[in-house]
Design a binder for this molecule. Sequence first.
Ligand SMILES: *Cc1c(COP(=O)(O)O)cnc(C)c1O
Length: 418
Amino acid sequence: MNRPVPPAPSDAATRLARRAEALDAADPLRGVRDRFVLDEAVYLDGNSLGALPRSVPDRVAEVVAEEWGRLRIRSWTESGWDSAPERIGDRLAPLLGAAPGQVVVGDSTSVNLFKLLVGAVRLAGDGRDEILLDADTFPTDRYVAESAARMTGRRLRALPPAGIAAEAGARTAVALVNHVDYRSGELRDLPALTAALHEAGALALWDLCHSAGALPVELDRHAVDLAVGCGYKYLNGGPGAPAFAYVRAAHLPRFDSPLPGWWGHRDPFAMSADYAPHAGARRLRVGTPDILSMLALEAALDAFDGVELAAVRAKSLALTDFFLECVGELVPEGAAEPLTPAEHARRGSQVSLRCPDAAGLLGRLVARGVVADHRPPDVLRFGFAPLYTGFAEAARAAATLGELLGASRRGPAGNGGR
Ligand SMILES: *Cc1c(COP(=O)(O)O)cnc(C)c1O
């Protein structure tokens, strides 16, 4: 069966492609793309799995051959494996607006959520018997919060994020909120909500999975109490990269982890029968760190060297603005409705479009070299990683989407095939 011939680019598509060229030429982060392994595909899924930084493969090969292969057990001390979680946490800290000594890398986001949520309830004390939860949260956060509430005997209340400030009160121990909504791409007002929680005497636990590495976070400046986030999205640490946990320095001495493993002990190799937490952020650790993944993440962070987060944010907003404009011009009216707020202050680094048959459409996009993703039931997500995504890619993605949706409008014969 013949595939339908794609329609010739419209005048609008040609004009937008020219604008994209000019925007790419003027992009101050343009050269940073060369720090990544990419190909002709338009890769707009860095919010799910960041692209591979060129700094990673040789470093991983060296760790395997030299540090593991030759030095073996000596590497725990001689190659710095022992302190890698804190060292890489401190390397990451500037991207989170955190001073050193508060961030540890390791475990998954889900595990860190558990540690920090139960730890927050313990910090808040017995008088506070409820946990507030972002009702739109990524599911793992909800599953963990339900179990943490059950274990600690707290009541869990899921609320729309915009309603959390008003509902926080004398009974609230902690609120767990996603900084950027994974489905809609909406950015929440971290400074205002953190301040409102503090006003109520409650703690703020932020999930930064979709903001770390994509926009400035400023944890210290806004006195955020606790935060977690993911290493494999905008931080490009690789599949299953360790996550991170942040606990504000002022809370660390009292932070009582519900998973007090031996690596969080003050002196792990004393092999003491009694648990005594390390004085610093090291108490957030549990068991033996996953060194290979961790050192891959460390090497991946080289991609951020010399990059200002303000420039990352400016480019992210310009890219998502431009993509929304292209969608507005090239996609038939009503075929794909933006779910992502138009307002810059409420936008993360992705654009979500609501389209019927998002799953089928995604397959046709991928077949045409535009890699995005889909969240049920009807959301297409386009992630813009400012370190390596260009304006021409935004234009090409929108033009491809416009062709596919225009074709399907014209009737079942034009369904693009797969
Ligand atoms: C990606 C993501 C996670 C992932 O959790 P893992 O335990 O690392 O698999 C958790 N929460 C949010 C909000 C996410 O976007």
